[in-house]
Design a protein around this ligand. Structure first.
Ligand code: PLP
Length: 475
C-alpha cells in the first residue's frame, strides 16, 4: 500500500468535502439509477494487488457518488432528516482516526467521562428532570428494546434473564396505532410476541386516546394477562403527532406499567422553550429516547437514551467476564453494561463539538427557523383551494395532499397523489416521501436540513403547485 496517505491526500480530500457541501444544491437529491446498476460496475472479486488512492477515489466519484441519495441536500424533505454539520464531521474524523473502542472506562477513560457529561448537557438542553440519567445508544430502536427488556426484568425480579419464560404470565405491551415499527420489533425480539402488542386507537389528530388505553389494560388484566410496558410517542413518524404524555403517565403509574417515551425525532424541539409544552408529563416516564442524529446536526449514529432506574438497566444487561473486570468498576460507568453492544464507538465527541461550536443559542436558532418555515408552508397549503393539510404541525413536518375541487373519490385522490410524488421526486430538485393515514395517501414534507433556507421551501412549494397543475391538465 502507498504510505503517507493522510499527508499526501488529506488536504485534497478536505477540499472535496468542502466543495461537496457547498455545491450540494446542484446535485439531484435522489439519483436516477436502476436496481443493480451500481453493483454491475463493481468487480465480483477483490483485488490482489494494492490500488492507489487516486484509482479508488476516481471510482468513488464515478460509480458511487452518482448512486447516492444526498441526505444533506437542503431540499431533502423525506422521511425524517438525518442531518449533520461541519463540527460533527470534523469530530467524526477524529473519532475515526483514534479508532477507540469505548466499552468500559478503562478502554478510553475520556470517552466514558465525556459521554457522561454530554448526557448531562443534553438533559439540561431539553429540560429533562435530573432524575433521568443518559447513555448514548446506536439508535432509538435499540433504546426502546433496552427499555422493554429492563421493564421485563425489573417486573420479574430478573428471572427471565435467568430461566426464560417458563411459568411466566403473558405480558402485554401498549402503543398507539401510529407508533414506530421499532416498538413492534422490540416486542418480537424481547419474546413478548406480536399478538400481545395492543395498538391503541388515535384521535383525529393521530394522538393516542388515553381512555382506550386504560380500557385495554383493564381488559387484559381481567383476562389474567400482565400489562407491562407502554410507549408514548412525542412526535410520531407519520405526522409528528403528540401523544398525551401526562395522561398516559398517570395510567402507567396507576397500573404499574413501565412508561417509555419515544421522542426519536421531535425530542430536538425541546431545546426551544416554546416547545417544552410538548413534553408535559415527561417526569412521569421511566425512560425517554431522542436522536441527535436526526435533527440536531450530529452525524448518525447518536441516540440519547434516558432512564430513571439505572440500577435496573445495568442489572438487565451486565455480564462481566473475567477479562473485562477492572479495579475501577465500582467508581466508573462501564457503558457496555447499559445496553446491547459490547464494542461502542466514541459518539460523545461529535456532540461535544456540535454543542460547543453552535452554542445552545445557535442550535435553537436553526431549530426555530425550521419550525417557522414549516408553519409558513402549512399556511400556504391551507390557503390553496387544491390542497388539503391533513395533520397539525406542532414542529417542522407538514402532511398534506392534493385534493382539487370536484375530485372526491378516495381511490382517485390516492392515485393522483402517488403520481404527484413520483413526478416531483423524478425532477431531482427535491425529495419528499409519503405515508398512508386512514386509507389516504399523504405527502410529508420535513423541513429539518442543516442548511435549509426559506428559498428552498418556497422553491419546493412552487414546484409542487406547478407539477400538480400539469398533472391535472394532462388528465
Ligand atoms: C426514526 C424513529 C425511530 C427509529 O429511530 P432509529 O434511531 O433509526 O432506530 C423510532 N421512533 C420514531 C418516532 C422515529 O421517528
Amino acid at each position: 500500500m502507498e504510505s503517507n496517505l493522510i499527508s499526501t491526500h488529506g488536504e485534497e480530500l478536505l477540499q472535496w468535502m468542502d466543495q461537496y457541501l457547498k455545491g450540494i444544491r446542484d446535485l439531484p437529491v435522489v439519483p436516477k439509477v436502476q436496481p443493480g446498476e451500481i453493483l454491475s460496475q463493481l468487480p465480483p472479486s477483490p483485488p490482489d494487488q494494492a490500488e492507489s488512492f487516486q484509482t479508488v477515489f476516481r471510482d468513488f466519484e464515478s460509480i458511487i457518488l452518482p448512486g447516492m441519495t444526498h441526505w444533506q441536500h437542503p431540499s431533502f424533505f423525506g422521511y425524517f432528516s438525518g442531518n449533520n454539520s461541519e463540527p460533527s464531521i470534523l469530530a467524526e474524523m477524529l473519532t475515526a482516526t483514534m479508532g477507540a473502542q469505548c466499552m468500559i472506562w478503562l478502554t478510553s477513560p475520556a470517552a466514558e467521562e465525556l459521554e457522561t457529561r454530554m448526557m448531562e448537557w443534553l438533559r439540561e438542553l431539553i429540560g429533562l428532570p435530573t432524575s433521568f440519567t443518559g447513555v448514548i445508544q446506536d439508535t432509538a430502536s435499540s433504546a426502546t428494546l433496552c427499555a422493554l427488556l429492563t421493564a421485563r426484568e425489573k417486573a420479574t425480579g430478573y428471572a427471565i434473564n435467568e430461566r426464560g419464560y417458563a411459568g411466566m404470565p403473558l405480558f402485554t405491551v401498549y402503543c398507539s396505532e401510529q407508533a414506530h415499527s421499532s416498538v413492534d420489533k422490540a416486542v418480537r425480539i424481547a419474546g413478548i410476541g406480536s399478538q400481545n402488542l395492543r395498538k391503541i386507537p388515535v384521535d383525529e389528530e393521530f394522538a393516542l386516546i388515553p381512555e382506550a388505553l386504560e380500557k385495554a389494560i383493564l381488559a387484559d388484566k381481567e383476562s389474567g394477562l400482565h400489562p407491562l410496558f407502554i410507549v408514548g410517542a412525542m412526535g410520531t413518524t407519520g405526522t409528528t403527532a403528540m401523544d398525551p404524555l401526562r395522561a398516559i403517565g398517570e395510567i402507567a403509574q396507576k397500573h404499574r406499567l413501565w412508561f417509555h417515551i419515544d421522542a426519536a425525532y421531535a425530542g430536538t424541539a425541546l431545546l426551544l422553550p416554546e416547545c417544552r409544552y410538548l413534553a408535559e408529563g415527561v417526569a412521569l416516564a421511566d425512560s425517554f429516547v431522542f436522536n441527535p442524529h436526526k435533527w440536531m446536526f450530529t452525524n448518525f449514529d447518536c441516540s440519547a437514551y434516558y432512564v430513571k432506574d439505572t440500577q435496573a438497566l445495568r442489572q438487565t444487561f451486565s455480564i462481566t467476564p473475567e477479562y473485562l473486570r477492572t479495579r475501577e468498576d465500582e467508581r466508573v460507568n462501564n457503558y457496555r453494561d447499559w445496553g446491547i453492544q459490547l464494542g461502542r464507538r466514541f459518539r460523545a465527541l461529535k456532540l461535544w463539538f456540535v454543542i460547543r461550536m453552535f452554542g445552545a443559542d445557535g442550535l435553537r436558532d436553526k431549530i426555530r427557523l425550521h419550525n417557522q418555515l414549516a408553519a409558513a408552508l402549512a399556511e400556504d397549503i391551507d390557503l390553496h383551494v387544491d390542497f388539503e393539510r391533513v395533520a397539525p404541525v406542532p414542529i417542522n413536518t407538514v402532511c398534506f395532499r392534493l385534493k382539487p375541487l370536484g375530485i372526491t373519490e378516495e381511490a382517485t385522490l390516492n392515485a393522483l397523489n402517488e403520481k404527484l410524488l413520483q413526478a416531483l421526486n423524478a425532477t431531482g430538485k427535491l425529495f419528499i416521501t409519503h405515508t398512508v393515514l386512514q386509507g389516504r395517501y399523504i405527502l410529508r414534507m420535513v423541513i429539518g436540513q442543516t442548511e435549509v433556507q426559506k428559498e428552498d421551501v418556497t422553491a419546493a412549494w412552487n414546484l409542487i403547485q406547478k407539477t400538480s397543475q400539469q398533472l391535472l391538465t394532462s388528465n
